[in-house]
Design a protein around this ligand. Structure first.
Ligand SMILES: [Zn+2]
Length: 466
């Protein structure tokens, strides 16, 4: 197969080395000195919430012109030291909710995140903004880890955010000791649990080590928690609050309704038919907007390779992105796609989470997602710039059996497998549905009130029905 990575255009080469330094000191030294001074002075002198200061930080440090809906409300709650559960759909600016208070608070904010690729993206972006940040992972070299722990033991560490996976927090005693030591010196500002739906067995991406995060309450009592997710129905929200011991906390949510997105389901007779439909669709998009970007979610690594190969052979600039690739290979594909050097990325369901790009014009699920939450999160990558974008599922009845077989193979408990099947069945009914507005299904599932004017004929059902 002649991959785009190996073609003669010279635009994109996977084998290109990413130059990155793992040394915390190098990274910190590379930060703009002036910004570092601003960040450290601000966090040392402002322990109370100050709206004007928050606005300034948002503009001067984070380069945003204004806050998005409800961000300031969350930041205010967090700055007062209270627990808060944040339910913001993808693209609503969840990360700023803990990043900005981290900059304004004395001490270090620990951020729990499920994937190393997500963590690395965030640390890179924060360092580019001049915000001292790092991550603790088994992939770091011993000397990097030593310099991080040395930094955390300083009287006032300059590092504002430390990212960790839940597995590290559960099993890494050196990390737990550092956390306790910082807490004893009143230097743990907050614990932010990102993608907190992973706490719940009802969430679409349950991770056992997320459940033990509630035990941190005993390790660092009185430290405020912020839990954040794009997808949690009422049952999952209950689980999150119970497991993270934040039952009385405030909940701040933004509507799941994304008005600029069009939702559709198309019937796929077989894989070849799906591939032809996809090609025709992409060619049409390309003719109208040569600078388009899109994501095609696929069920398996093999599917992602096959579809990317098919599209490449048909002249569409595309590549695959899946769990079978090395971290460096994935990074290169992501980078090439972010820069517009490739137009379409064919991703497996589990590994699309690190993708962050605002001008995605379509998200096609070549195979249905495993759950409605998963679908909502993945399709939510479309149209983050607020411009029209489409979320389409190519529904084939055989796909349901394939997903079921994969769910059966997973090493989960029988109860967990049963829940996965229930979630898949809900997803299947979304695909089979010919009656209800697709937004109505989403919104009611996430516990929101729906009314017909919220769709504005931007789903296949409303368009046909009207
Ligand atoms: Zn509708």
């Amino acid at each position: 197969m002649k991959r785009i990575a190996e073609d003669d255009h010279g635009q994109y080469h996977r084998k290109r080395q990413i130059s990155s330094s793992n040394s915390l000191q190098d990274r910190l030294n590379a930060l703009d000195e002036e910004r570092r001074t601003i960040v450290s002075e601000m966090s040392a002198h402002h322990s109370r919430f100050d709206i004007e200061l928050a606005n300034e930080v948002n503009q001067l440090i984070f380069n945003n012109t204004s806050f998005r809906e409800k961000q300031l409300h969350v930041i205010e709650i967090a700055s007062k030291g209270s627990d808060v559960l944040v339910l913001f759909p993808t693209g609503s600016g969840k990360s700023l909710c803990y990043q900005l208070p981290a900059v304004m608070s004395k001490g270090v904010t620990f951020v729990v995140s499920p994937l190393l690729s997500l963590i690395q993206d965030q640390v890179t972006s924060l360092l580019a903004l001049g915000i001292p940040s790092c991550f603790i992972s088994s992939q770091q070299t011993p000397s990097t880890l030593t310099s991080i722990y040395r930094e955390l033991s300083m009287p006032l560490p300059s590092c504002k955010l430390v990212f960790v996976t839940p597995e590290q927090l559960a099993s890494n005693m050196r990390l737990r000791d550092a956390l306790v030591c910082l807490h004893q010196r009143h230097l743990v500002a907050r614990i932010a649990v990102d993608e907190c739906h992973c706490v719940s067995t009802w969430g679409h991406d349950f991770r056992p080590d997320y459940r033990s995060l509630g035990d941190l309450r005993d390790l660092v009592p009185s430290v405020p928690f912020m839990a954040l997710t794009a997808t949690a129905n009422l049952k999952t929200q209950e689980d999150i609050r119970r497991n993270l011991r934040m039952t009385g906390c405030q909940v701040v949510s933004v509507s799941t309704n994304r008005r600029n997105l069009v939702y559709k389901v198309l019937v796929k007779e077989n894989e070849e038919h799906g591939a032809e439909m996809l090609l025709r669709y992409i060619l049409k998009i390309q003719a109208g907007d040569p600078c388009f970007s899109g994501i095609v979610y696929c069920l398996t690594q093999d599917d992602s390779k096959k579809i990317a190969t098919f599209l490449t052979h048909k002249g569409i600039s595309s590549d695959f992105y899946n769990a079978g690739m090395s971290l460096e290979e994935r990074k290169l594909v992501q980078l090439a796609w972010s820069d517009g050097k490739i137009k379409v990325v064919c991703a497996t369901i589990a590994y699309g989470m690190g993708i962050d790009k605002s001008n995605v014009r379509f998200v096609v699920h070549f195979h249905l997602a495993k759950s409605l939450e998963g679908y909502f999160q993945e399709s939510g990558r479309a149209g983050r710039d607020g411009k029209p974008a489409s979320c389409i599922i190519y529904y084939g009845t055989k796909d349901v059996a394939r997903v079921k077989a994969i769910l059966r193979m997973h090493g989960k408990s029988p109860a967990q497998k049963e829940k996965s099947v229930v979630q898949l069945e809900i997803m299947e009914s979304y695909c089979k549905n010919k009656t209800y507005c697709r937004r109505k299904i989403f919104m009611e599932y996430f516990g929101e009130k729906w009314s017909p004017d919220l769709c504005n004929k931007k789903c296949d059902i409303c368009k046909i029905g009207c």
